[in-house]
Design a protein. Structure first.
Length: 547
């Protein structure tokens, strides 16, 4: 039984500009798989870096028992390094080869230690993660982003650490590679914390840790269990807000009634004193007692009202800001029989990411035709050319021998959200895409994308990741003329789950054709995909069964 553990005690961290990330966090992680979730910028990666020792807390402490293996989002590689270097076995492997040559000094044996089978174990992990085609002496400069992640993961698994920290490990992985990573995670027996928004991965964890309002909250079970608990909590929180608001109204009414009655008593007392029917000294005593009683009554009612207000504030704080995008985009409507895209020449000569297609096998598609409001998923391994094909359809790249004939206005959302002018406000960016729309029309539309009031006047360069995504999406969907063919390239990469949900909500209001390249099967299903395609380096483009 593993004794590895992580304990965070009163842990706080702020950036140099004073922005608070974590505050007074008390949380522990033992053996088992934990999914770490939260909004973009909430502090998930920061918490992993604190546990890994890459950052020092502002206050409090992180204590770990056992060796730590950490896989960051960004893996820095030197162009001269090899797969062997990335695996961390270069020195041991060199010592083994030296012994094979007859160099039998003590230093060489010490360098090997207990790792006599290191090459076999390295090859076994590479093979298990789908990297059998890689040689240990291959340059890392030849690796794709997904291959780099998997080699780095193999390096950690070779070390057999007690604690494994993974930060968005599936972001650059195709579907096949994701499933190999899932299998590796399923077999993990130590402490595992994985930051992810991948629903299939989070279905495999045993608890969810959520970074929320600078704290870390633990929920037993996987993502589905967490979502059920949050839904129940939020339903109760909404009921509490309603009850607390009703109490505030009652206390206000009681205070007003008490003040009205006291005013009536004061008038009667003044009339009685003015009549001269009672001695002045008696009238003065009655007045003082009445004032004291009125003061106590008012103080009691004010305390009750303030208590009700405090309860309402606490209840409102417990309700999460899960604002939804609700848009109607009638201008994007496409009749069912209308052809919005024709691509020919897909089965001709030499496809690769920077070039054209490979010769297709039997059953592949030589011509891509998109009709009406079809929703098409474009899947396939990394490096097959999905992005290149989308860029060719969007008119930002060309493919030798491939002819693209759009039959509708095309909108394109690239992987990098770099389509906004950072010096302009959100309103100005949308008006640049829809010049005939008035400012008021743009503001009304932006409100449905959750940019209300002054938020619509924020400069694009100051937006958070989630805000920037919504602004790019608004500029794309509100463009004039509106797009009737929408191209999305890995749209859920680096998005938190709230932003993915908002993307699905926006697509609910979209009435045109959709062609989306993605490895996120959960998102593709939620987006209502009606047709599934797979692009392969060898087989070309082919229809496949729904994933």
């Amino acid at each position: 039984m593993s004794t590895a553990a992580i304990t965070c005690s009163d842990l706080s961290f702020s950036w140099p500009d004073g922005a608070v990330v974590l505050s007074g966090v008390h949380v522990s992680f033992g053996p088992g798989r934990t999914g770490l979730i939260g909004a973009n910028g909430s502090g998930k990666s920061t918490l992993l870096r604190l546990i890994a020792g890459e950052l020092r807390p502002g206050s409090g402490a992180v204590r770990t028992t056992g060796e730590i293996g950490y896989l960051p989002q960004a893996i820095t590689l030197g162009t001269s390094r090899t797969v062997c270097d990335l695996l961390g076995i270069t020195a041991v492997r060199a010592a083994l080869h030296a012994i094979e040559r007859g160099e039998l000094d003590d230093g060489t044996y010490a360098a090997v230690g207990d790792d006599w089978d290191i090459e076999e174990r390295a090859r076994a992990w590479l093979d298990r993660l789908g990297l059998a085609h890689l040689g240990l002496d291959d340059s890392v400069g030849q690796l794709s982003g997904g291959e780099t992640v998997l080699v780095a993961l193999a390096a950690l698994l070779l070390r057999r650490p007690d604690i494994l920290l993974l930060d968005e490990p599936t972001n650059n992985l195709d579907i096949d590679s994701r499933h190999r990573l899932y299998d590796a995670i399923d077999s993990w027996r130590g402490v595992l914390i994985v930051v992810s928004h991948d629903h299939e991965l989070l279905a495999r964890v045993e608890q969810i840790a959520e970074v929320h309002t600078n704290a870390v909250l633990l929920y037993g079970g996987n993502l589905e269990d967490y979502e059920e608990m949050i839904a129940a909590e939020q339903a109760a929180a909404v009921r509490e807000v309603s009850s607390a608001a009703a109490q505030v109204r009652r206390e206000r009414r009681d205070l007003l009634e008490a003040q009205t009655k006291q005013a009536q008593r004061d008038r009667q007392g003044r009339k009685l004193a003015a009549s001269g029917s009672i001695p002045r000294i008696v009238a003065g005593g009655l007045k003082r007692r009445a004032q004291e009683s009125a003061g106590r009554s008012r103080e009691l009612h004010m305390e009750r009202l303030q208590s009700a207000r405090d309860r309402l504030t606490e209840a409102e704080d417990a309700v999460r800001d899960d604002a939804e995008i609700r848009v109607k985009l009638p201008g994007t409507d496409v009749p069912a029989g209308r052809t919005v895209l024709t691509v020919t020449g897909i089965d001709g000569g030499g496809w690769h990411p920077a070039g054209a297609f490979a010769v297709s096998e039997v059953g592949a598609i030589g011509e891509l035709i998109v009709r009406g409001p079809e929703r098409i998923a474009l899947t396939g391994p990394n490096g097959a050319g999905k992005t290149t094909l989308l860029r060719a359809i969007a008119g930002t790249a060309s493919l030798p021998g491939v002819a693209v004939k759009p039959g509708a206005v095309v909108g394109y959302l690239p992987q990098r959200l770099d389509t906004l002018d950072n010096s302009l406000s959100v309103v100005e960016n949308v008006r640049a895409a829809a010049p005939s729309a008035s400012v008021n029309e743009v503001r009304a539309s932006l409100a449905r994308f959750l940019f209300r009031g002054a938020r619509a006047d924020m400069a694009a360069g100051t937006l958070s990741g989630g805000e920037r995504f919504r602004a790019v999406l608004a500029a794309l969907l509100l463009a004039q003329p509106p797009p009737q063919l929408l191209l999305l390239d890995e749209p859920t990469n680096n998005l938190d789950m709230a932003s993915v949900r908002q993307l699905v909500e926006a697509l609910d209001g979209y009435r045109g054709a959709l062609l989306v390249a993605s490895h996120d099967v959960h998102f593709l299903r939620a987006a209502g995909i009606t047709r599934w395609l797979r692009l392969d380096r060898v087989a070309g483009l082919a229809e496949i069964d729904p994933l």
